[in-house]
Write a protein that binds this ligand. Structure first.
Ligand code: NAP
Length: 470
């Protein structure tokens, strides 16, 4: 344990307040009674993608925040919301005030497909649409042309499936969510009747999971449509499946084939799940507006490493569509002064220890966990072992005194620094006041929650004389 001037414990700063951040904080606090944790987030609200990424019709998944709130209320934990790393506090400040810092900032951007027309008007990253319908303050003013009848979603991961499902929900289903009113109104009035989910490989390579597929097959207002020919496995996938012990994968392929065999009903919307088709171009009109997507038909071939990749057959087709969502994965964003692996889009690290790019040796005091450590994969719970691995390495290094050498360890030093810079930080108690107002606002409307979607509204609710419900 490092020696210090006014505390005899380890002082840790965590940047980001999503699941990876809370799992790490919880493990650090439970592992050692001398540890104190300060968590910083750019937004006044904690919980990262649980609040702004998890689909609003998956309220049960969001209940994981109850466990995070226990950590939030620990006497050795402080939350500093509305504080941006790199702008309001720097790595230099952190080194003066803490023994260690953990970056758990997630993957805030989207991957590119690298095809012509990707940036046309009407072609959006799915991540932006997800943030919009979840009321993220940065995206509440985004615009998506829902007067279009046909939408193409590229990719067949769980995010693509979330987006497809949200586009097909009825007004009653939308109102049962915690989606902001602007999104409920826009989606209820949408003209979208055909949604294409486009997978470049086959059913055996689909990235979505079976519960998500089941939901697509049970929608109130949309039929799931799969072409029987595209539900059939290609010979190489048949070979792999015969050797596979992955029962969930077998189940997923069976479900796809069963859905393909079902006749359509007269539901007003159609959700087409396509396989073996990859976009080669998004086509626009003279105004730069998306009009269609060109898809190449693919077969699969095996690489030297055994992976099945696509090979175009030469046949193409075009889907007329005015709106495209690119759902081909998230991507991490570099942080000021923190080594970054550009190729992988993650912080340069080994088991959560951030590495000096020149020596490839750990930088004392600097750590990472979650998507910005390993890339954007896995469900919320996947972050727990990931963060525990990093937290254990932090404790081991602290015991060996491989830390920053902070000189300003008084508990009041960081609040004083923020105040001197005119930063209005939001504490965990204050977040809980916002949370209570959101729940009360939701209850008044017969909905699970009414979210604040602007930072200004949140601060006004905390600082104003009257506290209007959101
Ligand atoms: P993902 O699971 O990695 O899926 C990405 C999809 O994009 C894949 O189908 C991939 O196909 C496709 N793709 C990539 N590059 C492409 C290209 N150039 N052209 C066409 N298609 C391309 O990513 P995600 O959907 O963003 O999800 C991220 C993580 O969050 C996943 O682990 C997911 O399970 C998780 N998540 C979970 C839930 C839930 O539990 N309900 C909800 C949302 C997200 P290939 O396989 O061919 O590369």
């Amino acid at each position: 344990m490092p020696a210090s001037n006014t505390n005899d414990g380890l002082r840790v700063a965590i940047i980001g307040a999503g699941p990876a951040a809370f799992y790490a904080a919880d493990h650090l606090l439970k592992s050692n009674e001398g540890v104190t944790v300060d968590m910083f987030d750019r937004l006044p609200t904690p919980y990262g993608l649980v609040r702004a990424g998890v689909a609003p019709d998956h309220q049960k998944i969001k209940s994981v925040t109850k466990a995070f709130a226990l950590t939030g209320n620990d006497a050795r934990f402080r939350f500093f919301g509305n504080v941006e790393f790199g702008r309001d506090v720097t790595l230099e400040d952190i080194g003066e005030h803490y023994h260690q810092v953990l970056f758990a900032t997630g993957a805030q951007s989207d991957r590119k497909m690298g095809i012509p027309g990707e940036d046309l008007c009407g072609s959006h990253p799915a991540t932006e649409f997800v943030a919009w319908y979840n009321g993220h303050p940065d995206f509440r003013d985004s615009h998506f042309d829902l007067s279009q009848e046909t939408v193409v979603i590229v990719g067949v991961g769980n995010v693509a499936v979330d987006v497809a499902r949200i586009l097909c929900l009825s007004r009653a289903e939308l109102e049962a969510t915690d989606m902001p009113t602007y999104a409920v109104e826009a989606l209820s009035n949408s003209q979208v009747t055909s949604v294409y989910l486009v997978g470049r490989r086959g059913p055996a390579q689909a990235a979505f999971t079976t519960p998500e597929l089941k939901e697509l097959d049970e929608m109130e207002e949309a039929d799931l449509m799969i072409l029987p020919a595209e539900a059939e496995l290609d010979p190489l996938s048949v070979e792999d499946m015969a050797k596979s012990t992955d029962r969930l994968l077998v189940r997923k392929v069976e479900m796809i084939q069963a859905a393909a065999a079902k006749p359509a009903t007269d539901k007003p919307k159609k959700l087409y799940l396509r396989f073996f088709v990859g976009p080669t171009e998004i086509n626009g009109d003279q105004h730069g507006q998306v009009r269609s997507v060109t898809l190449a038909h693919n077969v699969l071939q095996r690489t030297e490493t055994g992976t099945l990749v696509t090979k175009a057959t030469g046949t193409t087709e075009t889907i007329e569509a005015g709106l495209v969502f690119r759902s081909v994965g998230y991507r991490g964003v570099p942080l000021p002064g923190v080594p970054f692996n550009e190729r992988q889009g993650v912080i340069l690290n080994a088991a959560g220890r951030v590495l000096d790019p020149k020596t490839e040796q750990p930088l004392p005091g600097v750590y990472t966990s979650g998507w910005i450590k390993r890339g954007p994969s896995g469900v919320i719970g996947t972050n727990k072992p990931d963060s525990v691995e990093t937290a254990n390495n932090m404790l081991e290094d602290a015991a060996a005194e491989r830390t920053f050498t902070p000189s300003k360890l008084e508990m009041g030093a960081i609040p004083a620094l923020l105040a001197s810079r005119g930063v209005r930080s939001v504490s965990f108690d204050e977040w809980q006041r916002l949370d209570a107002l959101e729940l009360a606002g939701g209850a008044a409307k017969g909905r699970p929650r009414a979210k604040f979607t602007s930072i200004g509204e949140m601060l006004a609710a905390l600082d104003g004389d009257a506290t209007p419900l959101p």
